[in-house]
Design a protein around this ligand. Structure first.
Ligand SMILES: N[C@@H](CCC(=O)N[C@@H](CS)C(=O)NCC(=O)O)C(=O)O
Length: 218
């Protein structure tokens, strides 16, 4: 079978998620670091985002599509539950992570530190202060969802967990989000548990997004 290639810098939470999916399935892959909007990213993603996937003649963009493909094409543990109700719950939580959490926690809050757009390069306090009240409402929701549970959506590690864990990891890296996270014991326990998973641990980013190291090979 053709070699699978993941395109995107290893610091991207979504690139990391696709790498976790590969590792869970035991699929070897080549990582081709690339920045968003680089020719490599634009060659696959219509909007120039990362990650992208290449596998023989198949080219795919968007982490959900990429991870779904990996899950269906390769043997190994199912990352999308076979049970329709569990699969639907997984989609529900994955959608919440992708459409509600990532835009605020990563694109707004974390980005205010790493691509602040301020004249002197200091963190963009206005964007941080805008994000925090939303995060203060969302974090308890996620914490309650994990009460007494090891996984977000099913009895097994699914695409919902694979997508959430990298985002939670980044929330530990900045002061306000770390303080907020530390108030949510279920989220902290969940993050610690899954960071120790070999598939997750093996691809922990060595450099923050937006830095030169973020696109060097891991
Ligand atoms: N919905 C996309 C989101 C991917 C995404 O936001 N990637 C970021 C890097 S983590 C990116 O390429 N950002 C550049 C941009 O939005 O223009 C997915 O699930 O793959």
């Amino acid at each position: 079978m053709a070699e699978l290639e993941i395109i995107g810098g290893p610091a991207s939470n979504y690139v990391w998620a696709c790498r976790i999916a590969c590792a869970e399935k035991g699929v070897p892959y080549k990582l081709t670091p690339a920045r968003p909007h680089s020719p490599e990213a634009l060659a696959i993603h219509p909007l120039g985002k990362v990650p992208g996937l290449r596998h023989g003649d198949v080219e795919l963009a968007e982490s959900r599509a990429i991870m779904g493909y990996i899950d269906r094409v390769f043997d190994g543990p199912k990352l999308i539950p076979a049970d329709p109700v569990a699969a639907a719950r997984m989609e529900q939580w994955l959608s919440i992570v992708n459409t509600a959490l990532d835009p605020v926690w990563m694109r707004q809050y974390l980005a205010a530190y790493i691509v602040p757009g301020t004249a002197d390069g200091s963190p963009n306090r206005a964007r941080i202060e805008q994000a925090l009240p939303i995060m203060q409402k969302q974090m308890p929701v996620m914490d309650r969802a994990l009460a007494g549970r090891d996984y977000l959506a099913a009895d097994t590690f699914t695409l919902a967990d694979i997508t959430l864990v990298p985002i939670l990891f980044y929330m530990r890296s900045k002061p306000e989000s770390k303080a907020l996270l530390d108030q949510h014991a279920n989220l902290v326990r969940y993050l610690e548990r899954h960071l120790a998973r070999p598939s997750v641990h093996g691809a922990i980013p060595q450099a923050p997004p937006g830095t030169a190291g973020a696109v060097r090979a891991a």
